[in-house]
Design a binder for this molecule. Structure first.
Ligand code: TYD
Length: 201
């Protein structure tokens, strides 16, 4: 399963809570993320999130798909074959939202890369929907606190307009893909988590 949403929406917290939930049920769990779920992925992540490089939008999208193909073949599929529950912090919905709706890359480019890289589709995917300003403010504060503004803050520095489009991208992705559920992200951690849980059941 996969969780997606705008930076600072709280999805990482819910990924951890989901992992604990399935662990408590006696399942073996792989908690992983994109970008950065493999060794090469960690290198790609550093380049993708750094403000240092001015990548062409299409180059950026291709690198997210390289990360995904490596992640799926080297880590996710082997874990699924062992019967593990796999929880990915971000997956294809993020590429659709950030690169197609945010960057403005044609959907046909996304579709052709997806055809190469999407070796497996999640049983369930959740999008945590929330007002972009609140999320980005939270995400930026966290980056400054961790001293990672330059090294990991490329997207958070983009204007509000970008994230308004990203939010529409997530909602459109959910309309187009039956396995995706949108969850209201406003509320306490426990309130949102119970929505996440019931949406994956
Ligand atoms: P992430 O580490 O999940 O950020 P956060 O913890 O703040 O939610 O994701 C890193 C960034 O990469 C995030 O700004 C969204 C972006 N991204 C894309 O633009 N396209 C993608 O396909 C993926 C997976 C992430």
């Amino acid at each position: 399963m996969a969780l997606d949403g705008i930076d600072g929406c709280g999805k990482s917290t819910h990924c951890i809570k989901l992992a604990e939930h399935f662990g408590a049920l006696g399942r073996k769990v792989l908690l992983t993320r994109e970008p950065g779920g493999t060794e090469i992925g960690a290198e790609l992540r550093a380049r993708l999130l750094s403000s240092k490089y001015e990548l062409e939008p299409e180059s950026e999208m291709m690198l997210f798909f390289v990360d995904r193909l490596e992640h799926l073949t080297k880590k996710v599929i082997p874990a699924l074959n062992e019967g593990m529950v796999v929880i990915s912090d971000r997956f294809t919905a993020s590429t659709f939202a950030y690169q197609v709706f945010g960057r403005g890359i044609p959907e046909s480019v996304y579709t052709s890369l997806e055809r190469i890289a999407l070796k497996v589709v999640p049983d369930a995917a959740v999008i945590i929907d929330n007002e972009p300003i609140a999320c980005i403010t939270r995400a930026k504060a966290r980056l400054i606190e961790d001293g990672k503004e330059e090294s990991e803050g490329k997207f958070e520095q983009l204007p509000y307009e970008f994230f308004r489009n990203v939010r529409n991208g997530f909602l459109t992705f959910a309309e187009k893909n039956g396995y995706v559920r949108v969850v209201e992200g406003l509320g306490t951690v426990e309130e949102v988590f119970s929505r996440v849980l019931s949406s994956i059941k």
